[in-house]
Design a protein around this ligand. Sequence first.
Ligand code: SAM
Ligand code: DTB
Ligand code: SF4
Length: 325
Amino acid sequence: MLDRSPIRTDWTREEAETIYNQPFMDLLYEAHTVHRQHFDPNQVQKSKLLSIKTGGCAEDCAYCSQSARNGAKLSASKLIEVERVIAEARKAKEGGATRYCMGAAWRSPKDRDMASLTAMVEGVKALGMETCMTLGMLDDDQVIQLKGAGLDYYNHNIDTSERYYSEIITTRTFADRIDTLNRVREAGIKVCAGGIVGMGEQQMDRIDMLLALATLEEHPDSVPVNMLIPIADTPLADVKPLDPIEFVRTIALARILMPRSHVRLSAGRTDMTDELQAMCFFAGANSIFVGDTLLTADNPEEDTDTMLFNRLGLSAMDVGCDGAR
Ligand code: SAM
Ligand code: DTB
Ligand code: SF4
């Protein structure tokens, strides 16, 4: 019997594979047991996303609508005004979101953008919300400035396994992503790091992606698991959809390997049934993005999520309460 109860960063490939491939009912039972040890299973955190700079990105991520190198037709915008960000965050708070996540289609921020970015963090924090940003790779000085403004979380996904990485992105390396994650953690900003599944990867890539996160010096505080949203005209537009059971297995493995992290059921919920989402919550997902748009793609309408929460007896986690037991 494997010892699975403590928080571990020394998981092996064999252990992760054994967990992932066990009979589905055993896997669900194990994941839910771990989940209950650390969280209230009836609480799900709600985060709201805003694209603060859309399109025209220099990177070539094969899944993304915002890459200037993909054939996608999204036009590039400038960084939006600080006041607009704060006004949108206020609306999100009124709608029940406790964390506000601001995303930019950049390889990395320019130094001239830092004053606006820090003002956004300060303004959103002043509303009593947790702040999160996702801006691409950061250098030491940028990390220090964001920490100084009070940024709570930085989202930076490793997206897939190291092996599959170059099939998906060629303009940066897996190691570049890990460097930024280490810099963010060392500065004392909480780390949000996950990836995307359903990009034509093998099962071992899903396992290795989660293993890479679970064997970092510290587990990320949040682990978004995105189901690929196929975007027309991108290289992954016609990839074969992932078996939903494999998706639930991925969520369950994330929960078991990283018991105290918020596992976020992220992109792709518009194509998921209520039953599939319920199974993901049972397997340990306890965070979602709310609002009808993610960064550029669709997300379920607020009413749809309210109905889902009511059907399942779920409630939203409060800010300041991370839900952990
Ligand atoms: N440019 C920054 C970066 O890449 O780190 C931040 C924004 S980027 C859009 C944030 C994350 O969204 C990506 O790392 C990826 O995991 C996810 N994402 C982007 N397009 C997606 C898609 N079509 N389906 C699912 N997830 C997607
Ligand atoms: C994450 O892992 N998923 C969110 C958030 N972090 C920034 C983004 C999902 C983007 C989905 C595609 C789009 O909206 O363009
Ligand atoms: Fe740019 Fe981020 Fe999209 Fe990659 S995922 S193309 S870095 S916006």
